[in-house]
Design a binder for this molecule. Structure first.
Ligand code: COA
Length: 418
């Protein structure tokens, strides 16, 4: 028995933010029924293609453990099938452009009427306000949510990060909202509207930068290794900007990822200085306290770097960890893909796809002791169309044939069943 077993999700998501959310719900055991446009499907099936005529990794890595039905929801028979799906599912998740589901004829009021227990969950770029009708992709959310203005070096342009905090981050927020709504439904008996805006999701992840914006009213941000005479939270380079100073220092090898991120917690200073051959700085009042080091953090990290340059990042990690010093090597995706510990925990998994063969994906990032997530392949376009119509909706074979003939499921007659 899995955590969400018995829950049926009507998955109208596409691209990344929505699919991340429903993939998490599928790993928790929900039956995720992905509704896709006949002949086209989720646009990512054909984006960033590495093997011709095979679903892209973009799609396969965001849609595992789901079932796919092709349905034209603008076709009259398609609309009737959609109504039956709304009546039989627990949650509808979508991340279309604002108003798309309304234009299809299914605003929230109608969905509630059809199924008062339905939880209707959406990702949009912005919440209500001047930008609510705008289409949004990942980097737009990073820019409008405060991540880009606070990422990069203070003498360079704003930067976006490789972590998909706008898309996958908001998908994660939405999944949390859906699970809470399912829990509330147990006592209320009612569904509800769950909405996650990508700007809000990014801002939630960047909340410490809004903390710093307010701290500026009371003086400079001395923890930032940059020009602190500013009135907006600056870009902090690789500094933590938090209570414990940190920096990415170079290590032996000279490659683009031969770096280790080191943090100077007060108890670690003595050991660092011992390693760096500078024992005189351990008790020197000019260096011995966090307050004394604050104005010269760049010099502190230079001293540490002289030592790290004599070690590989893994050697430095082992040596520092032996004395409980928080640090971490900068790992490339190549290194992460080969990391045995991540394979052992199922965080990196190898999956077999019917047309692609084996590929790697990132498995469930949260481990539940009573609800193990087993990652399965993503569905082919429309792979489960008939199965869903017959088993979930209880349609007869005659009704399924009629649906094919109407064009609601795709090319008419191409697939009529016996
Ligand atoms: N049958 C018939 N029509 C369907 C369908 C189906 N099964 N599935 C989708 N469609 C239609 C929609 O109804 C919509 O039609 P409309 O414009 O006539 O209303 C159309 O397909 C495409 O939807 P849209 O969402 O506008 O796609 P897009 O490619 O133009 O925009 C985004 C993509 C991501 C920019 C946009 O969906 C968006 O802003 N989403 C919200 C924010 C978000 O999640 N962004 C991150 C994505 S990772």
């Amino acid at each position: 028995m899995k955590a969400l077993e018995g829950i049926k999700i009507l998955d109208f998501t596409h691209v990344q933010s929505g699919p991340t959310c429903t993939q998490l719900l599928a790993w928790l055991g929900a039956d995720v029924i992905k509704v896709e446009r006949p002949g086209i499907g989720d646009i990512t099936r054909g984006q960033l293609v590495d093997i011709p005529d095979v679903d892209s990794l973009y799609f396969t890595m965001l849609n595992s453990n789901k079932r796919s039905i092709t349905l034209d929801t603008k076709n009259e028979t398609g609309k009737e099938i959609l109504i039956r799906l709304i009546k039989s599912c627990d949650v509808l998740v979508e991340n279309f452009a604002p108003g798309a589901l309304d234009r299809m004829g299914f605003p929230w009021e109608r969905i509630q009427e059809l199924n008062p227990r339905m939880i209707y969950a959406s990702v949009k770029g912005f919440g209500p306000g001047p930008y609510e009708d705008c289409k949004v992709y990942e980097n737009v959310a990073q820019c409008t949510g405060g991540a880009a203005s606070t990422t990069g070096f203070d003498d360079g342009p704003p930067l976006v990060t490789g972590a998909q905090i706008g898309d996958s981050g908001t998908g994660l927020h939405l999944a949390f909202g859906i699970v809470a709504a399912l829990f509330q439904r147990v006592t209320s008996g009612r569904g509800q509207r769950v909405q996650a805006a990508m700007q809000d999701g990014v801002l939630n992840l960047a909340r410490v930068k809004l903390r710093d914006q307010q701290r500026l009213a009371h003086g400079p941000l001395t923890e930032y290794p940059v020009n602190t005479d500013v009135d907006e939270t600056p870009r902090a380079g690789n500094a933590s900007g938090g209570g414990q100073p940190g920096w990415a220092v170079r290590t032996k090898g000279g490659g683009p990822n031969d770096y280790i991120y080191v943090i100077i917690q007060p108890p670690g200073w003595a050991y660092y200085m011992e390693l760096c051959g500078r024992p005189e700085l351990v008790d020197d009042p000019e260096w011995s306290t966090p307050a004394a080091r604050l104005p010269k953090l760049d010099e502190c990290f230079k001293i540490i770097e002289e030592w790290t340059l004599t070690k590989t990042k893994r050697e430095a990690m082992d040596i520092l960890n032996a004395r409980d010093i928080p640090c971490g090597p900068i790992l490339s995706m190549k290194e992460i893909a080969d990391e045995p510990a991540l394979r052992n925990t199922g965080t990196i998994v190898e999956v077999d796809h019917p047309t692609r063969g084996k590929y790697l994906t990132v498995g469930m990032p949260v481990k539940l002791s009573d609800s193990e997530a087993k990652v399965q392949s993503s569905p082919l376009l429309g792979e489960h169309t008939e199965e869903i119509l017959l088993d979930v909706l209880g349609l007869s074979k005659k009704e399924v044939n009629a649906a094919w003939k109407s064009g609601a499921l795709g090319e008419p007659a191409a697939k009529a069943i016996d």
